[in-house]
Design a protein around this ligand. Structure first.
Ligand code: FES
Length: 154
């Protein structure tokens, strides 16, 4: 979470998502910003914002447990237990490479799979700026028809 300096006006791309104390109390909040479903969550004194629906099959991330895996704080989708890092939206999994000379279980990354957004707080008011990373990210698929069309173009 970033703090803005005193007297700075929030830029137009910032979306008001709530008062800090209300969001802390709620811990997890649904917001629809520019037609996009977003999960705003508060965990260990940090706000995060990410696409609301899991990139795998649209599972309800708001009900996922938060745990640390491979040094990364992740939300675990309750539907099929996929792990998504809160800070980057990275999909991670633990596996064993059977072809390795000494097969060892370790963590692997699938890369960025869930779109994450920027959270900003000023004077007790919390804003989200939507990610404008231009490439298709798998969680886009569950954000309406536009996401589905973009995936078909890949
Ligand atoms: Fe989230 Fe399958 S829908 S893990």
């Amino acid at each position: 979470m970033e703090d803005m300096g005193e007297g700075e006006e929030p830029a137009a791309s910032l979306h008001f998502v709530g008062m800090k104390e209300d969001l802390i109390k709620a811990k997890r909040s649904f917001r629809n910003l520019e037609g996009r479903d977003i999960l705003v969550l508060y965990h260990q004194e940090i706000f995060y914002a990410l696409d609301f629906h899991c990139y795998h099959a649209g599972g309800p991330l708001q009900n996922g447990d938060i745990e640390e895996f491979d040094g990364k704080l992740c939300i675990v989708c309750p539907k099929h237990k996929y792990k998504i890092s809160l800070a980057e939206g990275e999909g991670i999994y633990r596996a064993t490479n059977p072809y390795a000379p000494v097969p060892t279980t370790r963590w692997y990354s699938k890369g960025i799979k869930q779109r994450v957004h920027t959270v900003t707080e000023t004077d007790g008011v919390v804003y989200v700026t939507l990610s404008h990373m231009s490439r298709f990210i798998e969680s886009d698929y569950f954000q309406g028809e536009k996401g589905k069309v973009e995936r078909e173009r890949m």
